[in-house]
Design a protein around this ligand. Structure first.
Ligand code: FES
Ligand SMILES: [Fe+2]
Length: 364
């Protein structure tokens, strides 16, 4: 598929046009995003404290609904966390169906055994097999790393997790994110009738806040809302209106020193780390089909007494308002009459940045 000309986005936002409507409509583009772009990105898979609570091995499907890659997380005797294939190297049976506290893995089909590093230990009835065992009989391993106990996995990362999250670390400085506690009762899932990138486009601009989120607009100051771009990420920083809830202080010299109502970090292409005075909401946008995605919210509490307050106070309502508008855009994007739009340099730089990253990733 030639993607260079139809989907390139000018580097100068003042001259650029948005991605065209058929970027979001064409099943071939959707498939290219799935096959070429998503495998090269880091995906959040959970919190180490929860993942390894009473378990040393846990199955995990990477991006269910799109990549569907069957993987395993293990923590061995050396305490090192590894991400292995959950597919037996004999005839591809899935090894593990649920979390286990075990010292090794054993295939339920013909009894092949592996240790928690993925090394094959034994195989019945294979005495006369030539060149066996070989390295290819061990379970393949893929990169995994954690930040503040939040675990990420990538099949073939285009950058290191550290490089991806460095802007978050620098901005938040000494904020004790690793102490935030997962709260299962706050987990939410929303199926949205729109292409996943349309949901992300909407997330990446605060331009719509006064029009779409009247309640949120009373908490945050639209005029001072600012955007910072990084190589693979962006930050939208909302300041509070006078008298509205803010973080107690800045936590780093890299932050601008002004009060913050929320830090909205986005990690290319589908992960959001939203920091509010009450804690962290990890939002994942799962591609499902060319016109449907699922958004998950996972909450980590720092100051639970602030949960209902300020910019982080009515997340469900804000999400419903966003869904309505994003589903409206999905209907609009089907129009034969819509081609491409233009960007507001002041308000839509993070959308432009996302579109550039998408179009570049499709060309590599
Ligand atoms: S598929 Fe696992 S031992 Fe045969
Ligand atoms: Fe919104």
């Amino acid at each position: 598929m030639s993607t260079r000309s139809p989907y390139s986005v000018h580097r100068d936002i003042r001259q650029a046009s948005t991605l065209p409507g058929n970027f979001y409509r064409d099943p071939a583009v959707y498939a290219a995003l799935q096959d070429q772009v998503l495998p090269r990105t880091w995906q959040w898979v959970g919190n180490d404290r929860k993942l390894f609570d009473k378990a040393t091995a846990r199955p995990l499907q990477l991006l269910p609904g799109s990549l569907n890659e069957p993987l395993l997380l293990t923590r061995g005797k050396d305490q090192q966390v590894r991400c292995l294939s959950n597919v037996c190297t004999h005839r591809a049976n899935l090894l593990l169906s649920g979390a286990q506290d075990c010292r090794g893995l054993s295939c339920g089909y013909h009894g092949r055994r592996f240790d928690l590093t993925g090394q094959m230990l034994s195989m019945p009835e294979f005495d006369s097999v030539a060149d066996f065992p070989a390295a290819s009989d061990n379970l393949p391993q893929v990169p995994t790393a954690a930040w503040a106990e939040q675990r990420f996995v990538s099949l073939d990362p285009a950058c290191s997790l550290q490089a991806l999250l460095d802007p978050v670390s620098r901005t938040l400085g000494e904020m004790p994110v690793h102490e935030f506690r997962y709260e299962a009762s706050l987990t939410r899932e929303y199926v949205v009738g729109a292409h996943w990138a349309l949901y992300v486009d909407n997330y990446l601009e605060g331009f719509h806040i006064p029009y779409v989120h009247p309640e949120l607009a009373r908490s945050v100051d639209f005029q001072s809302y600012d955007v910072e771009l990084f190589e693979w990420a962006s930050l939208q920083r909302a300041q509070p209106r006078p008298g509205e809830l803010a973080f107690e202080r800045s936590y780093s010299a890299a932050d601008c020193g002004k009060p913050a109502a929320a830090y909205y970090f986005w990690l290319f292409p589908n992960t959001m780390l939203n920091f509010y005075p009450w804690g962290l909401s990890v939002n994942i946008v799962h591609p499902l089909t060319v016109d449907q995605c699922k958004v998950e919210f996972h909450s980590f509490l720092w100051r639970p007494e602030l949960l209902e307050l300020g910019a982080g106070g009515s997340l469900d309502k804000v999400q419903r308002e966003d869904e309505l508008v994003v589903e409206g855009v999905q209907a609009g994007i089907r129009s034969r009459l819509y081609q491409r739009g233009r960007y507001s340099p002041k308000r839509e730089s993070a959308v432009h940045h996302f579109h550039r990253l998408l179009s570049q990733a499709l060309q590599t």
